[in-house]
Design a protein around this ligand. Structure first.
Ligand SMILES: Nc1ncnc2c1ncn2[C@@H]1O[C@H](COP(=O)(O)OP(=O)(O)OP(=O)(O)O)[C@@H](O)[C@H]1O
Length: 589
């Protein structure tokens, strides 16, 4: 008999006592791990072990994480150690988990007041309903854009509208707008993502039979990037752990919590780690960053945990006072940093270097500088032409399969079809389902050509099954605008006009492109060299953060995420007055 892949992979963990303890732990546990400490590696091998040794079919493991990008990363890492079978592990975002595992199967049985049929609101509808709610509460004097973020955050940090905390909230206008908006959603017969999570929370907290059903199906729930997930998921976890005996395995790093504006709170992971009956394991070795980079990153934290480099690489941290704005900083960096780095390191391709920044505007400035010298780049921010959504993420996977070959690539047709099955929930009749499935498979087999122009490929897919699927599935209503935009980007002069299926499957990324990525999107990624621009005091941290301690701490953590993406070099660029974060690092190192 051949040795299962996970047993061989686990040998890597054996040399690291902490990773091994996490791999072997038998109950609920929290793995607290700094950047580059191998938490994704450890958790994926552990999931494979649990599936082989502890969770027997038809029971499954649910892996929940923050974003579609994290889902794709987990799926590909599990695939590498032989876990392809999606009937054994559900890998999903919180929203998708709430939709497919809680609200769709149980909300009607529980008599909940959710739209029937359950329609996810499109972004344009959400914007309109929110603007209407603002008008109802404040007339025409308030611009909805100014209250959108605090109202969104409020819904996520105080889930109970009956609580004293809600009633006594310091900004009564915000609570009134949220209540009016939720009434608008209900009256229009739609749900948005937050309403979905809140409905999931109600089901788990208020119905013991829902908890029992979840435990029967998923005796173990793994949560990655716990620090980004917020209060509703934390309360679901608590209810499932304490009142249903579901085994929880959570992984995360409170120091990398950077989604405070969406309601995420680093203290929730710490609270889970401190619970009785939950084993807490810390990983202290950093396999990614060279020594100086680790030293610099530690100066950013108020109470840095002990963690150290895995090897003796020294690394380089270099501040650059440029005297110019971000566009000028990008021009300077391309000439004075990128070109010499590539010359000095013949084995480095442009793809090992990343510009990291805070906003899309900064991304535009850097893209402009790269365009001016004809340099290719891969862009990951709101200016990216490839949208982030469940369906577009699936299309990227489909493109990868079409480009890489049906048995040789990293994506499996069976996984694509399992995901398709979750989209096609309305197909209850077996004959209809088989018919629709055949249409998808036959279309995909006919489109297996990585060199095909994306426009042609997407049009063929829309005609063969995609448009009909979106029209028939109310849970995909929010995807229609997204797919229309994608098609618009594919035609002449659109930003995807030159894309082939292969390039789309690689999300536009190639080793010959330099990376332009927002700090938020850089989470989980690593590069040989990182160039951080726009690091003036007053910009990073910005004026808001300078007036608010909580925001200042979050800006600090964001800076920390940026610095720890680098394996060997970090370059800080600023105009004149350097950010306090840069100054602190220069002083301490
Ligand atoms: N025990 C080990 N032996 C050898 N290499 C390891 C080991 N553990 C981790 N690594 C390597 O360290 C790198 C970082 O691992 P991984 O991506 O799992 O870290 P992470 O903790 O998820 O990082 P981050 O939080 O910054 O995204 C990878 O290249 C991985 O292969």
């Amino acid at each position: 008999m051949t040795t299962p892949l996970y047993i061989a992979a686990a040998e890597d963990l054996r040399g690291n006592a902490e990773q091994w303890a996490a791999y072997e732990s038998r109950g609920s546990c929290v793995i607290l791990a700094g950047p580059g400490s191998g938490k994704t590696k450890t958790i994926t091998i552990k999931i494979a072990r649990l599936l082989a040794e502890e969770v027997k079919p038809p029971r499954r493991i649910a892996c929940i994480t923050y974003s579609n990008a994290c889902v794709a990363e987990l799926r590909s890492r599990l695939g590498n150690i032989g876990i392809h079978d999606s009937s054994r592990a559900l890998i999903s975002t919180v929203h998708s988990f709430c939709l497919t595992e809680l609200v769709l199967p149980y909300s009607r049985l529980a008599g909940m007041n959710v739209p029937d049929p359950l329609v996810m609101a499109r972004q344009s509808v959400i914007d309109e309903l929110f603007a209407r709610a603002v008008r109802r509460v404040a007339g025409n004097v308030l611009n909805p854009r100014f209250v959108k973020t605090p109202c969104e955050k409020l819904r996520r940090v105080i889930p109970d509208k009956e609580s004293d905390e809600w009633r006594n909230w310091g900004e009564p206008r915000h609570t009134a707008i949220v209540e009016a908006y939720e009434r608008e959603l209900l009256a229009s017969g739609v749900l948005d993502f937050d309403a979905l999570v809140l409905a999931g929370l109600t089901l788990v907290e208020q119905h013991s039979w829902v908890r029992a059903a979840i435990k029967a199906k998923y005796p173990i729930i793994v949560i990655d990037e716990y620090q980004d997930l917020g209060l509703p998921l934390h309360r679901m976890v608590m209810a499932l752990l304490l009142h249903a005996g579901v085994r929880i395995i959570a992984v995360g790093d409170p120091d990398q919590s950077i989604y405070g504006f969406t309601g995420a709170q680093p203290r929730l992971l710490r609270a889970l780690a401190e619970m009785r009956n939950v084993e807490s394991i810390r990983l202290h070795l950093n396999y990614r960053c060279a020594n100086r980079i680790i030293e610099a990153s530690r100066t950013l934290l108020n109470d840095p945990p002990e963690y150290r480099a895995h090897d003796a690489r020294e690394g380089l941290i270099t501040p650059h006072e440029t005297g110019v704005n971000v566009r000028g900083q990008a021009e300077y960096a391309l000439q004075e940093i990128v070109a010499p780095l590539l010359n000095a390191n013949p084995d480095w391709r442009p793809g090992v270097i990343a510009f990291l920044y805070r906003t899309k505007n900064e991304g535009d400035a850097i893209a402009g500088a790269a365009d001016a010298i004809g340099l290719n780049y891969f862009r990951l921010d709101n200016g990216s032409p490839i949208p982030k959504s469940r369906l577009s993420g699936w299309l990227v996977e489909v493109a990868k399969w079409c480009a890489d070959g049906w048995q040789t690539g990293s994506v499996r047709l069976s996984d694509l079809m399992s995901a398709w099955r979750l989209f096609r929930r309305s197909l209850i009749n077996e004959t209809d389902r088989i018919h629709a499935k055949k249409a998808v498979i036959s279309a995909l087999f006919g489109l297996r050509n990585g060199n095909l122009r994306l426009e042609e490929w997407l049009t063929a897919i829309r005609v063969a099954f995609l448009d009909e699927m979106i029209a028939q599935e109310v849970t995909l209503a929010d995807e229609r605008d997204i797919i229309d935009n994608l098609s618009r980007e594919c035609v002449a002069r659109g930003r995807l006009a030159d894309f082939t299926v292969q390039i789309f499957g690689d999300q536009g990324k190639s080793p010959d492109q330099i990376n332009l990525i927002t700090l938020h999107s850089s989470k989980g990624l690593e590069f040989q060299a990182v160039i951080m621009v726009g690091l003036e005091e007053g910009e990073f941290p910005n004026g808001y953060a300078l007036r608010d301690e909580e925001q200042l701490q979050e800006a600090r953590r964001l800076f920390y995420v940026g610095v720890t993406r680098a394996k060997n070099q970090v370059h800080f660029l600023y105009n004149q007055l350097e950010s306090r974060f840069v100054a602190g690092i220069i002083e301490a190192t």
